[in-house]
Design a protein around this ligand. Structure first.
Ligand SMILES: NC(=O)c1ccc[n+]([C@@H]2O[C@H](COP(=O)([O-])OP(=O)(O)OC[C@H]3O[C@@H](n4cnc5c(N)ncnc54)[C@H](O)[C@@H]3O)[C@@H](O)[C@H]2O)c1
Length: 387
């Protein structure tokens, strides 16, 4: 491999431009070529960084010998360029989520990666965000006990499916849905947080009242093989202040974790794990130090709650807390992926104690669950998810 990774980026919209920004600031990566079906977009991006411009992914992959291809096309248009990169023998691919929008496409990509031995990563970006890393730590360390119920709501402003991609918005959102665009993130996040538990059954509804060109929302219950139940919901019809709202709560047998990662009206960015009486003897400082070593900074607090009015409240609740912006970006997972590619490993030193980096294996698992969500919403029946 050359001293610098020679990268080609396919799809130069919102995310593609973020990859260009990250790679041009990275000492070990060179953006050799960029590609977009909109020729003027490709020319402009290429001129700014002195790269070769293409409007055809096959041409780029044939003419350039790349170490890394990035696929950042719209959700329903991942499979052709990803497959082309794999078949052209590019050794490493970073693809945007979801792996695909149909089960057949996901299986085709999965099989191609297995056959060619491509190092294939998917940017399920939440896995690298500070508040999700804190949640991963608390759940995986067993600090709230066995997780038994969780709720996750990830909603976009209605302006996303109607205007985020300009005149291409209807086409983008019709080719996708809140299940592919939003629940792909949630399903991966839940699989990662609760590993090794896996979703085995799904029951879901969808609504088609407001938008017409794409479902308004999906609302799904995921049943895990551990007995855990997770409700996850994603809307595209909300008139709200923010572009996105992201709320998660997890109830364990001995504690509760609540976080507003992307807050909306009446809430603020916040994260708290309450351990109740189970906190007695817990070495909170050790956990704060462990999280701090991953760049996740929380504080511990002790809450005294007077019991009044005849209802039960624990007199002491210890919590790990966080207030204020966590500095998360959608590119945080890409740096450890580059380290993994540069070091030819799945577990680079920049990614320890956080589970594996997400690959085609996670991608297929995510698509199987989203496919079951779609099927259940269609049939009105629970749908089993294969292993
Ligand atoms: N990981 C995250 O946190 C995150 C966040 C937002 C979006 N995404 C994902 O990133 C992907 C891109 O989203 P976006 O908002 O940047 O979309 P976008 O529409 O802004 O950009 C996509 C670009 O791909 C181009 N394109 C389409 N087909 C092509 C082809 N065959 N070859 C080359 N170029 C092609 C389009 O012209 C467009 O410029 C989506 O899959 C989306 O779900 C991920």
């Amino acid at each position: 491999m050359a001293t610098k990774l020679k990268a080609g980026i396919i799809g130069l919209g919102i995310l593609g431009r973020q990859y260009i920004d990250l790679f041009t600031r990275h000492a070990a990566v060179e953006v050799a070529a960029v590609c977009d079906v909109r020729r003027a977009v490709a020319d402009e991006a290429a001129a700014a960084i002195n790269a070769a411009a293409y409007d055809n992914a096959h041409a780029m992959l044939t003419e350039q010998t790349l170490d890394l291809a990035v696929i950042a096309t719209p959700d329903h248009l991942h499979v052709a360029p990803s497959l082309a990169a794999i078949e052209a023998g590019v050794p490493a691919v970073i693809q945007e989520k979801p792996l695909a929008t149909t089960l057949a496409d996901a299986e085709t990509l999965y099989n191609a990666v297995e056959q060619r031995g491509t190092r294939f990563f998917i940017n399920y970006a939440n896995r690298a965000m500070p508040l999700d890393l804190a949640a991963y730590y608390v759940v995986q360390q067993g600090l709230i006990g066995k997780p038994v119920y969780a709720e996750c709501r990830l909603d976009d402003n209605i302006s996303v499916p109607t205007g985020l991609w300009g005149e291409r918005s209807a086409e983008f959102s019709a080719g996708s849905s809140t299940a592919h665009f939003l629940l792909s993130h949630v399903v991966d996040l839940m699989h990662w947080l609760f590993a090794p538990a896996r979703v085995v059954e799904v029951f879901a509804i969808r609504q088609d009242v407001v938008l017409g060109h794409t479902p308004d929302l999906y609302d799904a219950y995921l049943l895990f093989d551990s007995g855990l139940k997770v409700r996850c919901k994603a809307e595209w019809i909300r008139y709200m202040d923010e572009i996105v709202e992201f709320y998660t709560s997890i109830s364990g047998e001995r504690g509760t974790l609540i976080y507003n990662k992307r807050p909306g009206f009446g809430t603020r960015e916040s994260w708290r794990a309450n351990f109740g009486d189970a906190a007695a003897g817990m070495d909170l400082q050790r956990h704060l130090d462990a999280l701090g070593s991953q760049g996740v900074y929380l504080r511990a607090a002790r809450h005294y709650r007077p019991q009044s009015g005849g209802y039960y409240a624990p007199s002491v609740a210890l919590s790990l807390e966080h207030d204020g912006p966590d500095g998360a970006t959608g590119m945080m997972l890409v740096e450890p992926m580059l380290d993994a590619i540069l070091g030819d490993t799945l577990q680079p030193s920049s990614w320890v104690d956080r589970g594996p980096l997400p690959t085609h294996v996670d991608g297929l698992r995510q698509v199987r669950v989203v496919h079951a969500i779609e099927e259940s919403a269609k049939s009105g029946q629970p749908v089993a998810v294969s292993a």
